[in-house]
Design a protein around this ligand. Structure first.
Ligand SMILES: O=P(O)(O)OC[C@H]1O[C@](O)(CO)[C@@H](O)[C@@H]1O
Ligand SMILES: [Mn+2]
Length: 455
């Protein structure tokens, strides 16, 4: 079958793309908030991290972040990373590679290099530049000795978790009921119904990231299961059935439940919904092994790091809430028995789209190939799955993956950028009539699946 021509990447050079307001407004706000947070908490941080020496480091970090903000706003070229984290050489090699591509393109189109060499915030690929931005934020801390492991977004992530207490309470109590229901034989149709509920709750959990709201924590107090009905018509692609069938088939062909990999996105309520989905998969017998993939550095404000994972489980187990603390005990037992594992890989915090994974990180590709189903959470994972390109919205998901297919996979994503595939014709107009910001406000969503590699 002929592959569609790969369109150009999204970029802030196009003022009509969401990339442009992201670079122009959202990123400067996120960087200002970092500076504010560090300034406001100066005393506390200095005390906790070692006094006078920490104060000096904090000053340097604030300087570096302010400079980064200025670089973005004045469209300065991307500089090579200077810290000694083990991924720095890889990043710098990617920077060089991206620059070479740019040179080739410039030559091909005989574009004059008026601004001189370098990748620039408002001229080059949005995905690349935005990932690089979060790695540069980390660089500011990695240049320190005392503050090198400081997560400047930790407080926001913890507040987001606390603000979602009501929704967490509803969801965990419901999950407890479902677990009790499974003490007896549950008819197949009902298993599927529950599965779709937990899958979709986990999908809508993705509404809650902190980078889209530039760090503004919102409170969530509705019952997320009941709320699914309200959200139903905003689900533009719903392949929940196909996902269920993938898991069922594993059981039929292998004679054992599936291994499901969950490539996590945000901490806070989204992580709670992912944990509940994982619990349901084990309880129902649809899966016997869950592999969670978290980030190895603070990323896109709210993404889950190992420290966030630990903080969330520790906090939940101490909560005076019977469903929450009991579930936590089950989860600790799964982790101890390796029924659940949490993996880290630096590839998740590189700028590459996933069609490059087999070349850049063949070990991760091989590891994901062991899975029976990979669930990719959230907007950024989606952008990387489809290479963050200006696809025609009716392009098939399998084609946009450009050969990435370690195993059957599914994207659970609320839309927060102007890139989506797999829609039927006419769907764009329908959504636009109802909500002009449907592509970027996180109110609309998709569940897109790819069972087989495109041939
Ligand atoms: O947490 P998510 O769903 O990956 O969203 C990350 C955010 O980053 C972006 O992909 C770019 O800023 C947005 O479109 C989105 O707000
Ligand atoms: Mn995120």
């Amino acid at each position: 079958m002929s592959q569609p021509k790969t369109p150009p990447p999204l970029s802030a050079k196009d003022p009509s793309s969401f990339a442009y307001p992201t670079m122009k407004d959202r990123i400067p706000v996120i960087l200002s908030k970092i500076v504010d947070h560090l300034t406001r908490n100066k005393l506390h941080i200095t005390k906790e991290y070692g006094g006078e020496a920490a104060r000096e480091e904090l000053k340097a970090v604030i300087g570096a972040i302010s400079e980064l903000r200025h670089d973005v706003m004045t469209n300065k070229p991307a500089k090579p990373l200077r810290d000694s984290r083990h991924d720095a050489p890889l990043w710098n090699a990617q920077l060089e590679k991206q620059l070479n591509l740019k040179r080739e393109e410039d030559e091909m189109h005989r574009t004059e290099q008026v601004k001189g060499e370098g990748l620039r915030w408002f001229d080059d690929a949005w995905l690349w530049m935005e990932c690089y931005l979060y790695r540069r934020v980390q660089e500011a801390f990695l240049m320190c000795t005392l503050l090198k492991d400081f997560d400047v977004f930790a407080q926001q992530k913890q507040d987001a978790f606390k603000n979602a207490f009501q929704s967490t309470s509803h969801l965990t109590m419901y999950l407890q009921e479902v677990i009790n229901r499974f003490k007896e034989q549950v008819p197949e149709a009902e298993v599927k119904e529950y599965f779709v509920e937990f899958l979709q709750v986990s999908l809508w959990g993705n509404k809650c990231d902190l980078s889209i709201s530039a760090g503004q924590v919102q409170s969530h107090d509705h019952n997320p299961v009941i709320h699914l009905k309200v959200l139903k018509h905003k689900l533009l692609i719903d392949e929940s059935d196909a996902v269920y069938q993938i898991l069922r088939k594993v059981f039929d062909t292998k004679g054992k439940p599936a291994q499901v990999d969950i490539v996590l996105d945000n901490a806070g309520f989204e992580l709670v919904t992912d944990l509940c989905l994982a619990e349901f998969l084990i309880t129902s017998g649809l899966a016997s092994q869950i592999v969670f993939h978290a980030k190895s550095i603070p990323w896109f404000v709210s993404d889950v790091t190992l420290a966030d994972w630990d903080w969330t489980l520790n906090t939940m187990s101490r909560m005076n809430h019977i469903a929450i603390s009991e579930l936590c005990e089950r989860w600790r037992a799964y982790l101890e028995a390796n029924t659940w594992t949490v993996e880290l890989h630096d590839f998740w915090t590189m700028p590459n789209s996933y069609n490059e994974m087999h070349k850049v990180s063949p070990d991760l590709y091989a590891c994901l190939s062991q899975s029976d189903l990979i669930l990719f959470k959230g907007d950024l994972n989606y952008r990387k799955l489809v290479s963050d390109r200006q696809w025609d919205t009716t392009t098939k998901f399998e084609s946009a993956l450009r050969g990435f297919h370690p195993a059957p996979l599914c994207s659970l994503r609320t839309l927060k950028c102007d890139c989506v595939v797999g829609l039927r014709s006419g769907q764009v107009q329908e959504a636009e009539e109802e909500d002009e910001n449907w592509m970027i406000n996180g109110d609309w969503a998709i569940i897109s699946t790819c069972e087989h590699r495109e041939t």
